[in-house]
Design a protein around this ligand. Structure first.
Ligand code: ISE
Length: 328
């Protein structure tokens, strides 16, 4: 039977998830949407049931599983409500706003004894990143020594405050680096550019690899995410941001999108289909677990503190509950 999915939050990301559920997902359908802005919800819902109260959507017997794309500050409480109802949830990053709340989520999931949470770190489903991981694991470039990342947005709205460069954007590099390298981050050093944007964040892993990331939220020219993995025998990097190259008006060029959706469109759809498959089978997939979501939020929190004090961060994470090995 087709899985009935409810989407909470119908801004840029929630509308895209709703579209993917309507147009690109097998074995599932968009059953409901929720947003305080009814007009926005109606447009994204395209005839599905509408809610303005997220808890009413989560509790509805017409909804089997939930996608959370509400504002970051609401994530933790909504995920906890889904766990309470035993409903699988794909939660946009971050899992929660604070590490304490993210840990509460992990503990609630472990107490229920069933994996119900996946965090939407979609780069794990992006073809170039998947290929980089496969080649790294195959040993093609030898032992990794450096991962260089660039994360640029053309411009962010005024409500996108300073720490959000870390808690909302750089969290992708935290998760992707742990997943791609298979290493844990142990420390970080942060340098702030004029006015706090860009940031330059350097992390060291438990295998002595260096992860350097430029996070530039108002770079002016387009959405640009790039990574290069340097090994002892060679490098692998993500290629151009588009599938086509233009020769036009005396220039040879590739166009940058305005935001992350065109760049990661197929990753979002692959992620959704993998999640639906897991919801149906009860198993997990290569997506980020609640534990991964917790680690990412914890590291982000410590990096923000280091940014405020101008010191470096030394991460103390604690051990992963055995539950996550037993429920794969
Ligand atoms: C945005 O919130 C996202 O979720 C994107 O994935 C990220 O790349 C972007 O920098 C954020 O602003």
């Amino acid at each position: 039977m087709s899985v009935a999915i409810g989407v909470i939050g119908t801004g840029v990301m929630g509308s895209e998830h709703a579209r993917i559920l309507r147009e690109e997902t097998g074995d599932a359908h968009l059953a409901a949407v929720c947003d305080a802005d009814e007009g926005r919800a109606r447009a994204a819902g395209a005839g599905s049931k509408m809610f303005t109260d997220p808890l009413a959507l989560i509790n509805s017997d017409q909804v089997d599983a939930v996608v959370i794309a509400a504002p970051d500050a609401m994530h933790g409480a909504l995920v906890l409500a889904c766990i309470e109802q035993g409903k699988p949830v794909l939660c946009e990053k971050p899992l929660a706003l604070t590490a304490a709340e993210a840990l509460q989520v992990v503990e609630a999931e472990v107490a229920k004894g069933r994996r119900v949470i996946q965090v939407g770190y979609m780069r794990r489903f992006d073809e170039p990143y998947v290929e980089m991981k496969r080649l790294r694991e195959a040993g093609e470039i030898g032992k990794p020594v450096i991962l260089h990342n660039v994360h640029r947005n053309p411009v962010v709205p005024t409500w996108f405050s300073g720490p959000m460069s870390v808690t909302n954007a750089f969290v992708h590099e935290i998760d992707m680096s742990r997943w791609l390298l298979g290493s844990e981050m142990v420390s970080a050093q942060v340098y702030s550019g004029p006015g706090g944007d860009p940031l330059m964040i350097t992390m060291q892993t438990d295998r002595n690899e260096i992860v350097s990331t430029e996070v530039f939220m108002n770079c002016g020219y387009g959405y640009h995410v790039h990574s290069q993995l340097v090994g002892r025998n060679g490098t692998i990097e993500t290629a151009l941001p588009t599938a086509t190259i233009r020769n036009f008006s005396g220039q040879h060029s590739a166009a940058y999108p305005d935001n992350w959706i065109p760049r990661f469109r197929s990753a979002y759809a692959t992620q959704m289909n993998a999640w639906v498959k897991s919801v149906r089978s009860g198993g997990a997939n290569d997506g980020a677990s609640a534990w991964d979501g917790y680690v990412t939020t914890l590291l982000a929190e410590q990096i923000v503190a280091a940014l405020d004090t101008g010191s470096s961060a030394h991460f103390v994470v604690g051990s992963r509950p055995a539950f996550y090995d037993q429920h794969k």
